[in-house]
Design a protein around this ligand. Structure first.
Ligand SMILES: [Zn+2]
Length: 400
């Protein structure tokens, strides 16, 4: 027990120690973060929030964080934010880095300057409701937040005002105009002639036709641990409006292996690494993923009850204008901007590590530009390519 007089002396000494060692109004922000801090201040100002950062003090610094943390906010005087240097460097090397960095800084500033806590609820379409998602995991869901494009303004609104109404993009109603699409390429895999891909086997994979009850399906067997990207070269540019659908079955007890469709720019014979290829995948855990290979990771992870684990799943996308609309088994599931901005005429599918995938009814349709009649090239010569990639998504999003 400490005597009162001694206690007072100790308290005074302690106070003196802190006054002399630490300035409660210290302002020290690493130059890497000033642009994002300025954006935060500007976005706040346009929403009626003002901050006296230099007066009140603020520290934002790099650190080496543990436990898969990307950022940490300490409620000290002044507020001190730590950003993991390795993570910052890693996301900085990929497409979408700017929005990922902004997301991370805005989240920490949400804690530090707006005193917001974590909020892990979701919107109707499954998107995280808030940029403040983080902390304790929810059903093991990845922290990836689709923070870009039409979503950014909503997330910034929500950051400064938690009662921001649900945005249009989060509706489960499909309202885009999907009429007028005409068949451009179809493969039913019923015969060797309509199989498209060359049948055969090598050390890494085997392509064959499997027929049951008169219906043929293309069977792709991977013998490698890498992920297979399997392409067909078409005359359909992904920059145009199109729809692409494919029925896939991955009858396996593997719950995490992703299978699905791909489209975009590909250079034949290359590894497919970091090419601007869009992907849309599911797994047998009823998760859905979407993204672009040039990005650090998938845009977000969703739970979609309409997925049939191990069954025949039809994945379909409509690309209309800047947006991609995703469907699973005819249920509209999600929409997001297409990130590929370069021409690409490759469509295909994706096979998980050592997986066997059965394909049926590949169909690509196009919306002809007005005045141009759609001509279906019935017997066009198609070229095919297969390639493997080390991992579909290059990085793991850390907690914040
Ligand atoms: Zn947080």
């Amino acid at each position: 027990m400490i005597k009162p007089r001694f206690y007072i002396v100790l308290a005074l000494l302690t106070a003196l120690f802190f006054v002399s060692c630490k300035d409660p109004n210290e302002y020290r922000v690493d130059a890497e973060f000033t642009d994002y801090l300025n954006r935060f201040v500007q976005e706040g100002a346009s929403r009626g929030h003002t901050f006296d950062l230099k007066g009140n003090g603020l520290i934002i610094e790099f650190a080496k964080l543990k436990n898969n943390n990307a950022g940490l906010t300490h409620y000290e005087d002044p507020i001190r934010i730590e950003i993991d240097k390795a993570y910052w460097t890693a996301i900085g090397k990929t497409a979408g880095a700017d929005m990922m960095k902004e997301d991370l800084l805005f989240h920490e500033l949400g804690h530090g300057l707006l005193k917001r806590e974590h909020l892990n609820s979701t919107l109707e379409n499954g998107d995280w409701k808030s940029i403040m998602c983080g902390g304790d995991k929810v059903n093991g869901r990845a922290w990836n937040i689709n923070y870009k494009g039409i979503r950014r303004n909503y997330y910034v609104d929500e950051l400064f005002n938690e009662s921001t109404p649900a945005p249009d993009f989060s509706s489960n109603m499909f309202l885009a105009d999907s009429t007028g699409f005409k068949k451009a390429l179809a493969l039913d895999f019923n015969t060797v002639q309509t199989a498209g891909w060359t049948l055969g086997e090598d050390a890494n994979h085997k392509i064959s036709i499997e027929t049951a009850n008169g219906n043929g399906r293309l069977r792709f067997q991977s013998k490698v641990t890498d992920t297979y990207l399997v392409f067909v070269k078409t005359n359909i540019d992904v920059l145009s409006d199109f729809s692409y659908e494919l029925n896939l079955e991955y009858n396996s007890t593997d719950l995490t292996g992703q299978y699905g469709v791909i489209f975009g720019h590909h250079v034949e014979g290359t590894s497919g690494s970091n090419e601007p290829i869009e992907y849309f995948t599911i797994n047998n855990n009823k998760n859905m993923y979407m993204g672009n290979r040039t990005w650090y990771s998938f845009f977000t992870e969703l739970y979609e009850p309409q997925v049939l684990p191990g069954g025949k799943n039809t994945l379909k996308v409509f690309k209309i204008g800047t947006m991609i609309y995703y469907f699973i088994n005819n249920v509209y599931s999600y929409c997001s901007e297409m990130e590929t901005s370069v021409s690409g005429v490759y469509f295909g599918f994706l096979v998980p590590s050592n997986g066997v995938v059965l394909l049926d009814n590949l169909l690509i349709c196009q919306k002809p530009a007005s005045g141009v009649s759609a001509k279906i090239k019935q017997n066009q010569q198609l070229e095919f390519d297969v390639t493997t990639i080390k991992s579909l998504n290059q990085g793991i999003i850390l907690n914040k």
